[in-house]
Design a protein around this ligand. Structure first.
Ligand code: RTP
Length: 155
């Protein structure tokens, strides 16, 4: 497959405080690695309330918004950027439906979560929001550029 179509798309994936506390960082990273995605950036962070309000600004009118921000402030978050073909859409597929009660087994939420307010992970929902989120959570120099050794076999 042509290089142009193999690795250009990036998505922002975060392991929420419950996922970090429950020791799910490893299993979640493993799923993205095993599928063939490339880890471009990763850090454990405790963002400010203002940062999280910006991240969730589109949800400011929702009844669950305040509780959501409090939940996201409850412990460190593992922030990541993953890259590869259709990374945004497939990233959401790997995560599973927002409400874990509707997430299929085999997805991260379908295997590890029960409550929509403790759903373990976040993934960008569109290429445009992925760009905004990557820009919000990472500095340019935190994004790594390299060619994984397995890419000639995956694409
Ligand atoms: P995410 O951004 O975390 O990947 O989730 P999403 O796009 O699938 O879902 P969205 O509607 O944007 O909601 C963001 C997060 O808010 C929490 N939530 N709680 N009814 C509720 O209590 C409720 N609904 C949503 C979830 O943590 C969801 O991931």
């Amino acid at each position: 497959e042509e290089a142009s179509n193999m690795s250009s798309e990036q998505t922002f994936i975060a392991i929420k405080p419950d996922g970090v506390q429950r020791g799910l960082v490893g299993p979640i990273i493993t799923r993205f690695e095993q599928r063939g995605y490339k880890l471009v950036a990763m850090k454990l962070v405790s963002p400010s309330k203002e940062h999280l309000e910006k991240h969730y600004e589109d949800l400011a009118d929702k009844p669950f918004y305040k509780g959501l921000v409090t939940y996201m402030l409850s412990g460190p978050i593992c922030a990541m950027v993953w890259e590869g073909r259709e990374a945004v859409k497939t990233g959401r597929t790997l995560l599973g439906a927002t409400n874990p009660m509707a997430s299929a087994p085999g997805t991260i939420r379908g295997d590890y979560a029960i409550d929509v307010g403790r759903n373990v992970c976040h993934g960008s929902d569109a290429v445009e929001s992925a760009k905004k989120e990557i820009d919000l959570w990472f500095k340019k120099e935190e994004l790594m550029s390299y060619k994984p050794a397995n890419f000639d076999w995956i694409y």
